[in-house]
Design a protein around this ligand. Structure first.
Ligand code: F6R
Length: 610
């Protein structure tokens, strides 16, 4: 995830910026840069790679400036490179940006027609050009920024400096975090508090639409559109630096679970048009004609990403009526798969570097298939080697156990299924709009689902000492049973198994006794009555049933000893909502058992060996 730091004060800003960027390293990044004043001109230094490379490149320059901006970039549009690194410049305007600009393509084309020359592949550069354009028309720095941002759609946290008004930093926030730090005669902006925690603990957290103007005299706040002044009182942060890195959460995993409303919102941003009833196929780097001609799909992945693949099969076959096969990558690569003409292989990988997945991807290409990767890390090997890429915009995942990457993969698969179904003539525009409208509600519903956290903690307290755990699901939620079991195993070291509930009587039922907790996924769907019968089978043998059900369902209450209620959504999105209590349960059980949640034993975040 990108990181921002900005400084104005009496100190030399260069070491403050470098130190601030180092404090943001934990967020993950692929390039870094700073901007500062020298002889009344703004200069920019950037490089692909690490902050220490940037530091080494400026070491002998003896740079001094009392005002400056710094940035670490996690690529979303355009590969990691020096040209794509921030700060970006247009004329005298230099800025750093976090977030995603939805309409950057249209804006860039318009600006190009007016003679603007772009030097990067980023969405960010359009904001600089827009502000510069208004500045050239005679508007002051502040008004040019306000005017430019009227045209920008999407999420942004920006820090801006201007050669013509050298004693100011302007910062604006919309849907991407930005904070202001107020010290003694020195002021900061940052994407995240740890960037300046060493210098001040007084913080103002900006709200959507807030503009902050930082000068040597202080900070003033206003609404970016109405110009109305805003009164903001800094609060004192008592977090330790390590707590601050995790946004006040105890572990990265918990932070990432709670980041999901934002991660999903970023993943759907600009990816479809409700008005037109269309998925933006550029985001899959595919043409509708290519989709039309597909007659078979293979979904290939490892671990949690394989669970996404299993759910993808339900979505694709149900919506688009195209047959799908799902494979674990380490099996696919050696099984001599038969891939008929007109097949697409969809590879799913958070890191884009998993050895087995990459080998399966290579094998698919060798066998003549087209490959689409659904991937989180821009310019990873999988992304570079695939024919088409859909990037999930969940931001870097630091906890070893995958959470937000999983739900954003499912979001990508939902969009792909709609696009395919539309191309195949299996969905009406009316139905497509309905599916989009439900997707638009998803971030909010995920936020609502997260409110189960304290109820889940209570359940975890009750069961954290058990030896085994069984998870049951049916249909599209059967893979969520597998996912719940995998998460519990990997971070709490409790033996757990996920089963399709109808299969229980063919073996696992022998395990049920008074000590066996069974978590049953029981949404309101076509197999609800069936799962209720399975819950009864468990209950009658003394097992303890924890049910995850749709809110408002009262029938489930008499069949379970604990019920977690989840907001209602459509059939295809239920797995996203229902994964939330399961990830939280694994998390709390692991914490109660004093396990190393973010770095479980024997596991690595990116499995780059076979
Ligand atoms: C489980 C987990 C792993 C990964 C798997 C694939 O919580 O994180 O099972 O899902 O190692 O990794 P990617 O998606 O990077 O290919």
């Amino acid at each position: 995830m990108c990181g921002i730091i900005g400084y104005i004060g009496k100190k030399n800003s260069i070491p403050v910026l470098i130190n601030g960027l180092k404090r943001l390293e934990y967020r993950g990044y692929d390039s870094a840069g700073i901007a500062f004043f020298r002889n009344d001109k703004i200069e920019v230094r950037r490089c692909a790679g690490k902050i220490r490379d940037l530091e080494a490149s400026i070491k002998n320059e003896n740079l001094k400036s009392v005002i400056g901006l710094g940035h670490t970039r996690w690529a979303t549009h355009g590969r990691p490179s020096e040209e794509n690194a921030h700060p970006h410049r247009a004329g005298g305007i230099v800025l750093v940006h976090n977030g995603i600009i939805e309409n950057y393509f249209e804006l860039r084309e318009e600006l190009k027609k007016k003679g603007h020359v772009f030097t990067s592949e980023t969405d960010t550069e359009v904001i600089c050009h827009l502000i510069n354009r208004y500045a050239q028309k005679g508007l002051g720095f502040e008004d040019a920024t306000r005017e430019a941002l009227k045209h920008v759609e999407g999420a942004y946290a920006v820090g801006i400096i201007n050669e013509k008004e050298p004693d100011k930093i302007i910062a604006v926030k919309k849907d991407s975090p930005l904070v202001v730090g107020t010290g003694d005669g020195e002021f900061f902006i940052a994407s995240d508090i740890p960037a300046f925690l060493k210098y001040t603990k007084n913080v103002v957290i900006l709200e959507n639409g807030d503009m902050a103007m930082l000068t040597h005299q202080g900070v003033s706040f206003s609404n970016v559109q109405t110009k109305k002044p805003l009164k903001k009182v800094p609060s004192k942060i008592s977090w330790s630096p390590s707590m601050a890195e995790k946004g006040g959460y105890k572990h990265f995993m918990l932070k990432e679970i709670f980041e999901q409303p934002r991660a999903i919102a970023d993943t759907i941003r600009g990816r479809f048009s409700v008005g037109k009833g269309e998925v933006n196929l550029d985001e899959f780097s595919m043409k509708e004609s290519a989709l039309k001609n597909l007659n078979k799909i293979f979904l290939v992945a490892c671990g949690t990403s394989w669970h996404s693949a299993l759910i993808g099969k339900y979505m694709i076959e149900d919506m688009a009526r195209v047959p799908c096969e799902v494979d674990i990558a380490s099996e696919f690569r050696y099984r001599k798969p038969f891939i008929p003409k007109g097949s697409l292989v969809i590879v799913i990988t958070q890191s884009g570097e998993t050895a087995d997945t990459l080998a399966a991807q290579k094998e698919s290409k060798k066998l003549g298939a087209r490959v689409l990767t659904i991937c989180n890390v821009v310019d990873s090997t999988s992304a570079r080697e695939a024919d088409s890429v859909f990037y999930t915009h969940s931001g870097p995942e630091i906890g070893v156990a995958s959470t937000k990457a999983f739900t954003t993969q499912l979001t990508g698969l939902y969009l792909f299924s709609i696009a395919l179904a539309k191309a195949k003539g299996k969905l009406h525009s009316r139905e497509v709009k309905k599916l989009f409208n439900e997707l638009l509600l998803l971030p909010e519903k995920v936020g609502k689902a997260l409110q189960c956290n304290s109820a889940v903690l209570k359940i975890a307290r009750k069961f954290c000492q058990v030896r085994d755990f069984l998870y049951l699901g049916r249909g599209i939620n059967y893979p969520i049973a597998l996912e719940g079991a995998l998460k519990l195993k990997e971070i709490s070291y409790i033996h757990a198994e996920g089963y399709p509930a109808g299969e229980m009587k063919h073996g696992p039922i022998a395990l049920i006794d008074n000590d066996m907790p069974v978590l049953a996924l029981a949404p309101d769907d076509n197999v609800f009555e069936k799962i209720i019968s399975n819950m009864e089978e468990v209950k009658s043998r003394g097992g303890k049933v924890i049910a995850v059900a749709t809110e408002g369902n009262t029938k489930v209450l008499s069949h379970a000893s604990h019920v977690l209620s989840m907001p209602k959504t459509n059939y295809y999105l239920t797995p996203i909502i229902f994964s939330i209590p399961l990830h939280l349960l694994a998390y709390h059980m692991a914490v109660l058992r004093k396990c190393n949640v973010d770095q479980p034993r024997n596991l690595a975040k990116s499995v780059t060996v076979e």
